[in-house]
Each structure stands twice: as C-alpha cells, then as structure tokens.
Design a binder for this molecule. Structure first.
Ligand code: AMP
Length: 216
C-alpha cells in the first residue's frame, strides 16, 4: 500500500505518518525530514536549501525530485510508503508519476487532511518535539508530564522547535500550500484515488478515518 498524505503545514500529516509507521510497518518518506537532515549535515543540498526553508518557501523541484528519486531506490519502500510533504507542486506530481512508473509502483490512496487555516498558526507555533524519539508535544495542548522529560523515551532536555515554526514563516508556508500544492489535487482526482477527511477532528478520530480508507 502506497499513499500520499496531503494537507497544509500543521494539518497532522507527520503525526499520522508516524502512527502508520508504528502500526502498519510502512515507511515514511518526508522530504522535509530529509532536507532538515541535509541542512544539519551541511551537505551541498542542505546549503542550497537552508535559506529557502527558513523563509518558508519551497525548495526547487530539481532538488526535491532528486532527493525523492534516491530515497525510492532503497529497498524498504517494498513495505509500503507514506509520502508526507511531497509532492508539493504540479511538476513534482508529474515527476512522481514518472518515477513510480519506472520502479513499477503505484499509488493506492491520496488522503487530504482538511483543516481550518486560522487554527494552523496556533497549532504550529506551539509545537515542539523530542529530538531523540520524535514524540510531538504542544505548549497548550500536550505538555510533557514532567517538564524537560520526554514522556515516551525519558530523554532529558531533548526538546527542540523547528526554526521555520514561527508565525511569519508559517504564513508563508500556508501561502505556498494554497498557491502551489492545493492546485495539484485535480491531477489526482482525475485518477479517482482522492479521499478527504476532517483534519480538525481529535487525533484518534483522524486515525480511524484513515484506517477506514486503507481498509477499503
Ligand atoms: P515540511 O517538514 O514538510 O513542512 O517541510 C519543511 C520545508 O522544507 C518546507 O517549508 C520547504 O521549504 C521544504 N520542503 C519540504 N518538502 C518539500 C517539497 N516537496 N518541495 C519543496 N520544498 C519542500
């Protein structure tokens, strides 16, 4: 089973993707995570991408298509993959079609998480996560039980915030989603594989809605 989770930043794609990794053994392919790792490792790609990411704009199609193509060559994708944060432009959607055709793979579902944009800024600017295990937290909705200690892995002082989770950058990221990513939906609708779910519902309800689609 290969799926795309689509939705603006903060819609819950990462949360749902990591649940699918743990519960279904699927592989999460997040171009944002791969780019952040490249920035941290100061690779050539990381150096080219950093300023663009900090501004909340989209990294070039050439760079992200290259990253994804390399990632799709790894054998673990046979377990089924979840694309999280890719494709984000029409050119990426077309490149993905070509890459999958070359590799003899297909997409089973595109799931769009529909959200109220005004709530996203609040969701995103309050979020932080454990850099050891990836567990997600929020200043207002989900604080760790003991301050500075991760509930999941027990790591101390391991919380970090993404540099692009500030209000101005979030607004740019939402604008990029509206102008470049939302318009690719009709491309997938024409293939008859798009489902929409309410991304504002509680996490467990969003998970149940996704499971219902995957069981179809
Ligand atoms: P994300 O973690 O998906 O929110 O991505 C963080 C940032 O990485 C985005 O704001 C973009 O600057 C960049 N990025 C991630 N995926 C893509 C993509 N598919 N196309 C262009 N830029 C991307």
């Amino acid at each position: 089973m290969n799926i795309i989770l689509l939705g603006p930043p903060g819609a819950g794609k990462g949360t749902q993707a990591s649940r699918l990794v743990h519960e279904r053994g699927m592989v999460q392919l997040s171009t944002g995570d791969i780019l952040r790792a490249a920035v941290a490792a100061e690779t050539e790609v990381g150096r080219r991408a950093k300023a663009v990411m900090d501004a909340g704009e989209l990294v070039s199609d050439e760079i992200v298509n290259g990253i994804l193509s390399t990632r799709l060559d790894e054998p673990d994708i046979e377990q089924g993959f979840i694309l999280d944060g890719y494709p984000r432009t029409a050119a990426q959607a077309e490149a993905l079609d070509r890459l999958l055709a070359e590799k003899g793979k297909k997409l089973d579902h595109i799931i769009e998480l529909c959200v109220d944009e005004d709530s996203l800024v609040d969701r995103i600017t309050g979020r932080f996560s454990c850099c050891k295990c990836g567990a997600g937290y929020h200043d207002r909705y989900k604080l760790p039980k003991i301050p500075e200690l991760c509930d999941v892995c027990g790591a101390e002082d391991s919380f970090r915030r993404r540099p692009d989770d500030n209000e101005q950058t979030v607004r740019n990221r939402l604008a990029e989603y509206r102008s470049k990513t939302a318009p690719i939906l009709p491309f997938y609708e024409a293939k008859g594989i798009v489902s929409r779910i309410d991304g504002m519902a509680p996490i467990a309800q969003v998970s149940a809605a996704i499971e219902a689609i995957l069981e179809r």
